[in-house]
Design a protein around this ligand. Sequence first.
Ligand SMILES: C[S@@+](CC[C@H](N)C(=O)[O-])C[C@H]1O[C@@H](n2cnc3c(N)ncnc32)[C@H](O)[C@@H]1O
Length: 413
Amino acid sequence: MSGNPLGNQSGSASENTQGSTSGNLPESRPENGQAANARPAQGRRTAPGNRSAHQKMPPARLVRIVERLRESVFRLHQKMMPPPVTMLELITAGMVSQAIQVTATLGIADVLADGPRTPEEIAERVGAHPDGVNRLLRALASHGVFRADRSGRFALTPLASTLRSDAETPMRSIAMFTNAPEQREHWSYLLDAVRTGEPVMEKVRGVDVWTFFEKNEELAGVFNNAMTDFSNFTLAPVTAAYDFSPVTSVVDVGGGQGAMLAAILARAPRAKGVVFDLSSAVAGAEDTLRAAGLADRGSVEAGSFLEQVPEGGDCYLLKNVIHNWPDREVALILRNIRRAIAPGGRLLIVELVIPEGNGPHPGKLSDLDMLLLVGGRERTEAECRTLLTQAGFHLDRVVPTASPLSVLEASPV
Ligand SMILES: C[S@@+](CC[C@H](N)C(=O)[O-])C[C@H]1O[C@@H](n2cnc3c(N)ncnc32)[C@H](O)[C@@H]1O
């Protein structure tokens, strides 16, 4: 979950049964009986009308060039610095994330929305200690988050502005959740996960991650908001990179709260679409489609993709779904789509495809989160190709986006 779109689904984990809002699909539970992706409803926020889906995106190619430049400078810096100095920076990197979490939890960026303030003014408004606030913001200002002026007042920078609650692409909940005390505790068991290759939740909490969230309302609220923000964060890059205009019938499998389908329908005026997800998630999707004025072209259907998916679509979408599952369940999901897809249709898998080589990529850390919490994994292109081939698909191309997500386009063979 650290930096990772683990899920934006709604509904309680224990509510992982699949009633059908359309009445077409039987009541059932996923094969392993686990609420592997469902999440509690507390704190659910409606997607902000696809506001972030309309953001201007730089071309994916330009983003990759800038990333490569950054990596070269980073490697050069590493070569020139004494290794212990660089290692110390890496060792203490978690402190920066924790400081951001505290700032986000206190809502300091909101307090600075009207302009710079002294630590005393900030502390009074957020209920903290002035010296503590000063030290917190000084530390973060050294990383470009906030900026101190000569009189000692702190101001927002573009990075700090992303922590505002009303930011165009808000990161506040993501910051709050990723380093929430409970999440940090989970990560403290990474050693166990690496030793065993198994997720640790049962051992640490006695229940799976979703049941744990369900029992912790406050954390669940933060998690739900973070997942909604993750999802919205990815809409604009995906819809900018992939041309959805030719599709006519979209099935968003595991489509969560429907934000992606709404974004696609907005770009494909002739298309109809359905969000297919657990019964606990589809109510949120109905709201999203209605709010976007798409209720006439977009519908919802409840069920388990481990059993079947709606038939006859010419475009099936799996966005941030397969990384939650081990290969065995992914094979099941893909085969169910293969059975349902119209001849000539396409399957789009949107994931953090892990690149070859030693370069940095968020998928490499998100993969540890998957290992630790749910037993899923982020995959390479080759791993995805193998799974697709085994399920009767051909991987036609991989479309990069301005975000770390890629779109894998596959067709039935
Ligand atoms: C990580 S979320 C991704 C949601 C959405 N595609 C997105 O990108 O924001 C995974 C989704 O899979 C759904 N899901 C989990 N198990 C499912 C099942 N057995 N059948 C259908 N959907 C399921 C969850 O409810 C959730 O909405």
